[in-house]
Design a binder for this molecule. Structure first.
Ligand code: AMP
Length: 204
């Protein structure tokens, strides 16, 4: 089974991806994670991606498509879950040419709550764990003990651009996949465990 997780920044794609990965044994391909890895390693791709990510803009399709096709190939082009890709129609068309997508899960969250979710988000740079400051008593990661930090693109000004980019470029994908009969809407406003119960129903 090959799936896509669709949703605005802060919709909970990463949180759901962790659970889906464990229960459905799908390879998790997150373009954001791949770009952050390249930035940490200071590769050529990382340096280029950084200049766009810091402004809340999309990394050019040419670069993004290259890293995705490598990741897909590593996954044997099957049993994968794409998280954060595609992010525009051009990427979706390119993806359709290389693999078959079975289901697209659209995690829907009201715009008004996205800003609070993202700006309050803290990430563990070591293990990838994400928590919200409202539920944290310490900045020590409960999973691995590293220091939890705020992603530089989770600051308010950058988040505004990211949400705008989502509305203009990514949201049209909802119609694109609806037309293909692959879209499943999930209400992302509830507790992550309740959202996951809905996701499970779609995937089973
Ligand atoms: P994410 O972790 O998915 O929120 O991605 C963080 C940032 O990486 C985005 O704001 C973009 O700048 C970049 N990025 C991630 N995925 C893509 C993509 N499919 N196309 C272009 N840029 C991307």
């Amino acid at each position: 089974m090959n799936i896509i997780l669709l949703g605005a920044p802060g919709a909970g794609k990463g949180t759901q991806a962790q659970q889906i990965k464990e229960q459905f044994n799908l390879k998790h391909i997150s373009t954001g994670d791949i770009f952050r890895y390249h930035m940490r390693q200071q590769t050529e791709v990382g340096m280029l991606a950084k200049s766009y990510i810091q402004k809340g803009q999309l990394v050019p399709d040419e670069v993004t498509l290259k890293i995705v096709s490598i990741a897909l190939e590593e996954a044997g082009n099957q049993n994968f879950m794409l998280d954060g890709f595609p992010r525009n129609i051009n990427q979706a068309i390119a993806l359709d040419k290389i693999v078959k997508i079975d289901k697209v899960i659209n995690i829907a969250v009201d715009t008004s709550v996205l800003m609070d979710r993202i700006c309050g988000r803290r990430n563990c740079p070591e293990c990838g764990r994400t928590d919200h400051i409202a539920h944290m008593t310490t900045d020590v990661c409960p999973t691995c003990g590293a220091k939890m930090v705020q992603r530089s693109d989770d600051k308010e000004e950058t988040v505004k651009s990211r949400l705008q980019v989502y509305n203009n470029e990514t949201a049209p994908l909802i119609e694109y996949y609806k037309k293909e009969g692959k879209l499943f809407d999930v209400n992302g406003m509830s507790d992550p465990s309740i959202v996951f119960a809905e996701v499970k129903k779609v995937l089973e």
